[in-house]
Design a protein around this ligand. Structure first.
Ligand code: G6P
Length: 372
């Protein structure tokens, strides 16, 4: 078994380290040198895809957070209203779906019962269905009109890591493809995004190569009772995913919040010594989100929080207010989740291991949930 783990102490650690390859392989062969997307596998008539006026992303767990990330990019590039919904909520609320709706399901296993039932329902209503899936020939892709496989390779650890980054990558390719088809963005812009995506694997590797201080921090926090995560824009689902990892494998109370919600409730939780991870948007992003989130760091710190910050290299503004900073390489703001998620995965894996838990087989959870 240790050989299967590639020398890592757990499948989860191995899979975290597989992420440069997972993203690389998911990008591979899906564009040409001129920067055009080639998704021949997406066997839905392009004329029909042009008619799409609403996208609904359906998933559960980590895959749903990948969907939340994708929404920001798809709406930005395609100008198609995009909703993200937990599959089990969607099914039972009489949702509005028709032939111009594109339902994008995201599932690592392709067997999650709630997601499958939601896809079936959407298809019965006449929606077009695309599955983003990591398991060849599984049920959800077989029951969908088309499939875009993530090429992350088999994921063994119950808590999802490499599938998550591959799902975001595949959803981004789908978004770019729809934008290309509909002529929403300039071909030069698509080419630039593809070039930036192609640089992601090497940047993930750089994050993986410098985890010493982060692991030390995680081990020092093994007796914490609660950890909070704040993020904004694409950093919001990253915060949710960071919290989910801690719940799943470290059995530690953790909550992710949209940083803008802080003043509407969560800030009441902050007292002396409360650890708060803050996923900071790129200082090069629009709408001065960066300075707003830096203010949030100051606000929680002023109330005694321990501020643990994930920020972009060169972002010196956060240093002053951060007890600990993890820097990730520069990338366009929409692509940041492909980097900022990685330290949070490592933090959870290291902390859970320090508590002596089986990182790969957490209690009460299953890799694939094939019951309702
Ligand atoms: C289970 C797993 C999670 C996963 C979720 C969705 O709860 O423990 O890691 O995110 O199912 O699984 P799927 O295979 O549909 O992506």
């Amino acid at each position: 078994a240790s050989a299967e783990k590639g020398g890592f102490p757990s499948f989860m650690e191995k899979e975290i380290h597989d992420q440069p390859a997972a993203v690389h392989d998911t990008l591979l062969g899906r564009s040409d040198t001129r920067g055009r997307l080639i998704l021949d596998e997406l066997r839905i008539d392009p004329a029909e895809l042009k008619q799409v006026n609403k996208i609904i992303v359906l998933a559960c767990g980590t895959a749903a957070y990948a969907g939340m990330v994708a929404k920001y990019a798809i709406e930005n590039w395609c100008r198609i209203p995009t909703e993200v919904e937990l599959a089990h909520e969607f099914r039972y609320r009489d949702p509005i779906v028709d032939k111009n709706t594109l339902v994008v399901s995201i599932s690592q296993s392709g067997e999650t019962m709630d997601t499958l039932m939601a896809v079936r329902y959407a298809r019965e209503q006449g929606a077009k269905t695309v599955s983003i899936c990591n398991t060849n020939g599984s049920t959800i892709p077989r029951e969908s009109d088309a499939v875009l496989y993530t090429h992350a390779g088999p994921e063994i650890a119950v808590a999802s890591t490499k599938a998550f980054l591959a799902q975001i990558t595949a959803a981004y390719l789908l978004g770019l493809y729809l934008a290309q088809l509909r002529g929403n963005i300039f071909s030069g812009q698509i080419k630039d995004v593809l070039a930036d995506l192609n640089k992601i694997p090497e940047k993930i590797q750089r994050v993986l190569d410098t985890t010493g201080p982060l692991r030390e921090l995680a081990r020092s926090m093994k007796d914490e009772k609660s950890v909070l995560f704040l993020g904004r824009n694409v950093g919001y689902p990253v915060a949710l995913e960071g919290a989910l990892k801690l719940k799943e494998i470290a059995y530690l109370h953790a909550e992710g919040f949209a940083a803008g919600e802080l003043k509407h409730g969560p800030i009441a939780l902050i007292d002396e010594g409360q650890p708060v991870f803050v996923v900071v948007p790129s200082p090069r992003g629009r709408d001065s989100l960066h300075s707003k989130v830096v203010s949030n760091i100051q606000e929680v710190r002023a109330r005694g929080a321990r501020t643990l910050v994930i920020a972009e290299e060169g972002d010196e503004a956060v240093r002053e207010y951060a007890e600990h900073v993890v820097y990730v390489p520069e990338t366009p703001p929409l692509l940041m989740p492909l980097l900022t998620t990685v330290p949070l995965q490592i933090f959870a894996a290291e902390l859970a291991a320090a508590k002596g838990f089986d990182v790969d087989q957490p209690r009460n959870l299953a890799k694939s949930v094939t019951v309702e």
